[in-house]
Design a protein around this ligand. Structure first.
Ligand SMILES: [Zn+2]
Length: 317
């Protein structure tokens, strides 16, 4: 065989080796991002990144002001004269906005939900909360509820006669959870933990709506391979980006974080969870907004991905 042919064959073999190594490592990366990571080996710590956001420029702020002037505000976030008052309870004032759904049953339900959550978190809310029931918003990723912290807190619920009662109660319980969190953990600026905690507070009503416990839901996600790793979804993008999977992903992530928080509480106690919720507040440096992650390492001596594995072992094994 000529020397040149030998060199050619050797080069060809090296190329095949390199190509297959790259393919194998890409495959491993894919597997790592699903739930197939080993439950027997503690994973390497994966510290959560500090996220940076560009501040709005003067031009963008002006464009915003003009669009508000010409199109009006996107949504009136407090009760107005056009909203019909449908009732008052000890802790709430209820209004209907362009909505003739019969909600007389809901008036009794709100106090029931209030006392359930108040005793779960051992806190009372000092001021009455407005509830506005409005027609569902269009779009792929429409919210079922939203809470605005203005001078008074206003919870929006989006419902029409087709909305199941269980969904209305669960969505309200979740939103009321945000009001309790706002009062007790004002520094909880981390979206994932805030959403998880609001869902945890709403547990009884969430479980009645989904007809499955938090932990059983996790077992189903694992089986159906719809599980979303917490440490890779801590920014919650998948829950809110406008895709057709967004609502499904939102419920998956909310349930996962609720079950994870329940584990942290049972395993390490409420005091350490309170420390975790005391997140370093965002700040602006060089016109960039820096959002710091919760400090899992300092509170638990483990990063989120390592705690996530412990929690999954407790549920799946
Ligand atoms: Zn929420």
């Amino acid at each position: 065989m000529k020397k040149r042919s030998v060199i050619f064959i050797v080069l060809f073999l090296i190329l095949i080796f390199l190509g297959s190594t790259i393919l194998i490592s890409m495959g491993t990366k894919d597997i790592d991002s699903s739930l197939v990571f080993s439950l027997s080996i503690t994973p390497t710590a994966y510290p959560l990144p500090t996220r940076t956001y560009k501040q709005a420029t003067l031009l963008e702020k002006l464009t915003n002001i003009f669009s508000t002037l010409f199109h009006g505000p996107a949504m009136l976030t407090e009760p107005s004269n056009n909203d019909r008052e449908i009732g008052k309870t000890d802790h709430f004032v209820l209004f209907a906005r362009e909505n003739d759904t019969d909600l007389s049953w809901f008036l009794a339900e709100v106090e029931h939900i209030y006392f359930y959550e108040s005793s779960r978190i051992d806190t009372n809310l000092s001021e009455k909360i407005n509830i506005i029931i409005s027609v569902p918003e269009p779009g792929l990723c429409a919210p079922r509820g939203t809470t605005y912290f203005n001078e008074t807190t206003t919870i929006f619920l989006f419902a029409d006669p087709n909305t199941p009662k269980e969904q209305i109660s669960a969505a309200f319980a979740h939103e009321l959870g945000h009001a309790f969190i706002h009062s007790l953990y004002p520094n909880l600026t981390d979206t994932a933990l805030n959403e998880g905690m609001a869902t945890w507070l709403a547990e009884k009503f969430w479980v009645a709506w989904k007809m499955n416990s938090f932990d059983n839901e996790i077992r189903s996600f694992a089986k159906e391979q719809s599980y979303l790793p917490l440490y890779l979804n801590q920014d919650m993008t998948k829950a809110y980006e406008k895709t057709k999977e967004c609502l499904q992903n939102r419920d998956i992530l909310l349930t996962e974080f609720a079950s994870f928080i329940d584990f942290l509480m049972r395993e390490y106690g409420v005091d350490r969870l309170s420390s975790l919720f005391n997140v370093q507040q965002p700040e602006i440096i060089d016109s960039q907004r820096l959002v710091y992650p919760p400090n899992y390492q300092e509170v638990y001596g483990l990063e989120l991905n390592q705690l996530e594995q412990k929690w999954l072992i407790s549920i799946l094994e």
